[in-house]
Design a protein around this ligand. Structure first.
Ligand SMILES: N[C@@H](CCC(=O)N[C@@H](CS)C(=O)NCC(=O)O)C(=O)O
Length: 331
């Protein structure tokens, strides 16, 4: 047991399942520990932030935040690498960040916007927290969780103004991803890349909820296969090159990552710098309104660091420029 990593997380946490999928891909010996009252003492010993997932190494060090967790593990377990070569390596990191941050808006919105999803999700969380509760206690817990989470949905920017934009954006992404995955098992070809893990964590959760799950199952069979494949990812063949990926990946980079996420990112950053309570930004043809997200600044700094570390940007910059992503990275 001494060589085991512990992964404290929850089935309904996109960042937890993202890291679990990575552990499985790398065949890293680990135990999955459900975050609940029973694991509380261990969790408190190693967690510095009140979030999951938490990874505890065999040397008893706690690591948090799924992106740095994977970065650290990738150094210890470099094969098979999750990083494609050249410009694709950064594009994969960009999609990872997009999944974590923008994909989380779809996920959180769909989970808590409608009654059918609220009840299904609060019910699952309540059973996870208190599996032995009587029916009455369970019902009260469901209501408590539902009320608390619905109140928090504004946090990711889901509100009356943005709800339809989030849903339209998700439908567009689903269509583009379906096309992209029609000829390949993973985002960058025959094996999972860093970007797959970030985007997949959110898609997996969307799939397990009633409304988004039915959209995926009804409209996007290739995406569904990818979601199921990524539960136990495998290296089937090599990564593809940009020439092959470009026709169906560039539309995703342009319409989703550049036009929406990176534009939003810059506006969020400005709003934080100006100490604003709320900000608005034009994304495509719509005006988006929300309170700034503090946490995002750290993730953006990390992404900019990765961009700065790319030694030869000759192939990368024209792609980022065309996708509308360059300005936010060079700021
Ligand atoms: N950026 C972090 C985000 C982690 C996160 O937000 N986790 C959520 C669950 S998915 C959490 O623990 N939230 C606090 C809570 O639920 O009390 C990561 O990638 O690990």
């Amino acid at each position: 047991m001494a060589d085991l990593f512990s992964l404290v997380g929850a089935e309904m946490s996109p960042y937890s399942v993202k890291v679990r999928s990575y552990f499985r891909y790398k065949a890293i010996p680990h135990q999955w520990i459900l975050r609940n009252a029973e694991s509380q003492a261990d969790y408190q010993t190693y967690a510095k932030l009140p979030i999951i997932p938490l990874v505890v190494t065999p040397q008893q060090n706690g690591i948090q935040d799924s992106t740095p967790i994977i970065d650290q593990l990738e150094k210890l377990f470099p094969e098979p690498s999750v990083h494609p070569e050249g410009a694709l390596r950064f594009l994969s990191a960009l999609i990872e960040e997009f999944g974590d941050e923008w994909g989380n808006k779809w996920m959180f919105h769909y989970r808590w916007a409608r009654e059918v999803d609220q009840l299904a999700s609060a019910g699952r969380i309540a059973r996870m927290q208190a599996p032995n509760a009587s029916n009455d206690v369970h019902a009260a817990l469901v209501e408590k969780i539902r009320t608390r989470m619905v109140e928090r949905v504004w946090f990711v920017g889901s509100n009356e103004v943005t709800a339809s934009q989030i849903e339209t954006g998700f439908a567009e992404m689903l269509g583009m991803l379906e096309t992209h995955l029609a000829t390949r098992p993973y985002l960058f070809g025959g094996r999972p890349a860093y970007g797959d893990f970030g985007l997949w964590g959110q898609f997996y959760e969307l799939w397990t909820d009633p409304t988004a799950g039915s959209l995926i199952e009804g409209r996007a069979p290739r995406v569904l296969e990818w979601i199921q494949r990524m539960l136990w990812p495998r290296a089937d063949s090599a990564f593809e090159n940009w020439a092959r990926l470009q026709p169906t990946l560039m539309p995703i980079l342009k319409n989703q990552v550049g036009r929406q996420f990176m534009t939003w990112t810059q506006a969020n950053e400005r709003a934080l710098a100006e100490g604003k309570e709320e900000f608005s930004v034009t994304l495509g043809n719509n005006v988006w309104v929300q309170k700034p997200q503090k946490y995002h600044a750290r993730a953006l700094a990390l992404l900019r660091g990765k961009y700065a570390d790319v030694s030869d940007k000759a192939a990368l910059d024209p792609i980022l420029e065309e996708a509308g992503c360059l300005a936010a990275l060079c700021a």
